[in-house]
Ligand binder design. Structure first.
Ligand code: LMR
Length: 402
């Protein structure tokens, strides 16, 4: 029937869609999988691999899942805030005891760190005004598309020089001096993605002072807490800037530190100027979440809640997280010891470092050695195994020579 109302040559809705290139980082997963060479190495997307090259489910996660199977009585709705107890238990891990007790900081569960970043952007937009987000270069390739889709304006500033392998701190501070009160600064809480190059504690202090002086808001992406130098050290910068700022946003993720990747488990925290304002912000977050995913998926948050509510499980999670961190640190040390041109890798943190390779050299390494890394030269340190770290280092050093 409806067809009768359309003129023969009128395009249908989907006729106007244009083909899209696939996400280059996620496409690497498929490319590496399809490679049949036994020596291939997938150091593309950020997932932790153990010495055998597997991404295991954490012991505490398995145990918590068993508890949930036996004790969970309903799958009924929890509402747009998700699992409130999960948020309450994550809060001290992110903010420490003092921050956790602050009634100016409120949070909601989100679908992973991505959901948190997007929800934060929607809140910024909903608040009106003309706040811009200052974002260091380079940054995680999905930051700008994900946050920008809410319609916020970005201002790019220098962060890291790939050739000299240094954080461009003075240039960054100079650029931030051009920010207006109410502008936001997107910062990686720890384990900078894609470079692994974090600010020193003194640099965080200087940034915190600038944020306080100029009335800026830190927008912290904290996706790798515990995988750099430990849970407390990795939160130190976040705590400094949040404490200094009158208002702030923190997007937290459990995808990596609980190994829950596909369960999409995270939280967005807002620090407001007062407890009353925090409640207003919380109400806005619920309304905005309702328009996007209505309610976040439960399973990952229920696992984290169960772990953090059970002393033995929490102790085992902390121990296994430390094992992961120790493994990443030892891989970094081995790469650094291989050749002085890789020495910088040991001074960096988390899953990633960025090699001073051209995109062409990256593609050549793919063809010649079956090494899959992002075109930017970013590679996932945690994707290496004890057996292939020297093979990887030799191939990379040969490219740096050539
Ligand atoms: C990464 O940067 O590899 C991870 O954060 C996964 C992703 O979603 O890009």
């Amino acid at each position: 029937m409806t067809e009768n109302f359309l003129l023969a040559d009128e395009p249908r809705l989907f006729d106007r869609l244009e083909a899209q290139a696939s996400d280059s980082l996620l496409a690497l997963i498929g490319l590496a999988k399809a490679d049949t060479r036994p020596e291939k190495i997938d150091v593309g997307v950020g997932v932790y691999r153990d010495a055998a090259g597997a991404t295991p489910i954490l012991r505490a996660v398995k145990a918590a899942e068993k508890v949930l199977i036996e004790t969970q009585e309903t799958k009924s709705y929890l509402g747009s805030e998700g699992d409130a107890r999960f948020v309450e238990l994550i809060k001290p891990i992110v903010f420490g005891g003092l921050g956790a007790r602050s009634d100016r900081i409120v949070g909601v569960q989100t679908p992973g760190g991505c959901g948190a970043l997007r929800l934060g952007a929607e809140l910024i937009k909903a608040a009106g005004g003309n706040s811009r987000i200052f974002v260091g270069q380079p940054t995680w390739p999905n930051h700008v598309p994900l946050i920008g889709a809410a319609g916020v304006e970005f201002v790019a500033h220098p962060y890291y020089d790939k050739e000299t392998r240094t954080v461009l701190f003075d240039e960054m501070i100079e650029a931030l001096k051009g920010a207006r009160a109410g502008d936001l600064v997107l910062v990686h809480g720890c384990c900078h993605n894609p470079t692994g190059a974090d600010l020193s504690l003194n640099q965080w202090r200087e940034l915190a002072d600038l944020i306080a002086e100029r009335g800026l808001l830190p927008y912290v992406d904290l996706a790798y807490q515990g995988l750099g130098n430990g849970l407390e050290d990795d939160a130190a910068g976040t705590r400094l800037v949040v404490e200094a700022a009158e208002q702030a946003l923190v997007a937290q993720s459990c995808d990596k530190n609980f190994g829950l990747y596909r369960e999409r488990t995270g939280a967005l925290f807002i620090k407001a100027s007062s407890a009353e304002q925090a409640q207003v912000a919380f109400g806005n977050l619920l309304g905005l979440a309702r328009t996007m995913w209505s309610m976040p998926p439960d399973h990952g948050a229920a696992i984290v809640r169960t772990i953090l509510e059970t002393e033995e499980l929490e102790a085992d999670w902390r121990a296994e997280l430390k094992e992961m961190l120790t493994r990443i640190r030892s891989l970094r040390a081995r790469l650094a010891a291989y050749d002085e041109r890789l020495a910088f890798i040991d001074e960096q943190n988390g899953m990633f470092s960025m090699l001073p390779l051209t995109p062409e050299a990256v593609v050549e390494l793919r063809a010649s050695h079956g090494i899959y890394m992002a075109n930017s030269g970013r590679f996932n340190v945690a994707g290496l195994s004890d057996d292939n770290v020297d093979y990887f280092a030799a191939a990379v050093v040969a490219k740096l020579d050539g």
